[in-house]
Design a protein around this ligand. Structure first.
Ligand SMILES: NC(=O)C1=CN([C@@H]2O[C@H](COP(=O)(O)OP(=O)(O)OC[C@H]3O[C@@H](n4cnc5c(N)ncnc54)[C@H](OP(=O)(O)O)[C@@H]3O)[C@@H](O)[C@H]2O)C=CC1
Ligand SMILES: O=C(O)C1=N[C@H](C(=O)O)C[C@H](O)C1
Length: 269
């Protein structure tokens, strides 16, 4: 046994799962203890190195979450809402830090995650990159400085396999803009415009989603008034930025008390 935190990666064969495994293997601050996939996944029973095409790890992809979590000090989870809610309960039982990158979570999912955070540390963010979390802060500041003569629109673009919209990041940016304005996002959110929508309602925060090709993740926050526009922009070109943030969160959470945290807490911004 060593003091270096043991990490489980869920959704191990996914786009983020593979990136996370590579990031953990490249770090000397943690060790990979398990790579988890669901039972019917083609990689279960195969070596992690065959899946990621990298160095020999001696670790076989497993579908046994209970056994995997029992060996872990942290679980890094970028999967899908149903899986993440189940993992939150199991990670809490194992008293492992649960880092959640999964987006598209419903209010009920968030309640279940919040309940699990009574027993263990959970760090959850729709975007784990430093750049986006700074952009969230900037968005709040700019929204607080401008009045409703500036229409706020969040525009996001992602690859053609993304299943949820608006993106988790777009919602973080929308929440920040609403907070800056001192309003509730639920009351002013306008997404999915189509057909005879009528004129834009003053004070609304709009969302637009583009899906295509292999776009990693692009977010604009547009403040548009008569005669001028301000655009705050983040472009992700490499999923490594999310994996680095997630690993930082897993290590940061090791000495924290049970509760739900976000990347602002981790980054101290
Ligand atoms: N917070 C952040 O910084 C970021 C968040 N994300 C979010 O992370 C999530 C994953 O993204 P991405 O890696 O691109 O997606 P992928 O579809 O590439 O990977 C998802 C993985 O999760 C597994 N999975 C899905 N459902 C279940 C389930 N019910 N039980 C067990 N495993 C399951 C999939 O397995 P299978 O193939 O068998 O279905 C797959 O291995 C998304 O919600 C995305 O929005 C992505 C990037 C950054
Ligand atoms: O699904 C993705 O790919 C991404 N999802 C996150 C989101 O929903 O914002 C973060 C990043 O933009 C990539």
């Amino acid at each position: 046994m060593t003091d270096i935190p043991g990490i489980v990666i869920t959704g191990a064969s996914g786009r983020m799962g593979q990136m996370l495994i590579k990031t953990v293997l490249a770090s000397d601050k943690c060790r990979l203890v398990a790579a988890l996939e669901r039972e019917d996944n083609q990689w279960v029973g195969q070596d992690v190195d065959a899946m990621i095409g990298g160095q020999a790890t001696g670790i076989t992809v497993t579908s046994d979450a209970v056994e995997a979590f029992a060996k872990a000090q942290a679980v890094i989870d970028f999967t899908a809402p149903a899986a993440t809610v189940a993992f939150a309960g199991l990670a809490a039982q194992a008293r492992a830090v649960h880092v959640i990158g999964t987006t598209g979570l419903s209010d009920d999912d968030l309640k279940a995650i919040n309940a699990a955070a009574r027993h263990a540390v959970i760090v959850r963010a729709g975007n784990m990159s430093l750049g986006v979390n700074l952009l969230v802060r900037l968005t709040q500041k700019v929204a607080a400085a401008l009045d409703e003569d500036f229409d706020i629109e969040v525009i996001e673009a992602h690859h053609n396999q993304k299943v949820d919209a608006p993106s988790g990041t777009a919602l973080m940016l929308g929440e920040a803009a609403a907070k800056g304005r001192g309003v509730s996002l639920k009351e002013v959110s306008d997404s999915g415009r189509d057909g005879m929508t009528g004129a834009r309602k003053k004070g609304d925060i709009g969302f637009s989603a583009i899906r295509g090709g292999d776009i990693v993740g692009e977010h604009d926050v547009l403040f548009a008034a008569a005669g001028e526009r301000i655009v705050l922009r983040h472009l992700a070109t490499d999923r490594a930025i999310f994996a680095r943030g997630a690993l930082k969160a897993a290590l940061w959470g090791q000495d924290k008390s049970p509760g739900e945290y976000d990347m602002m807490d981790v980054l101290g911004i």
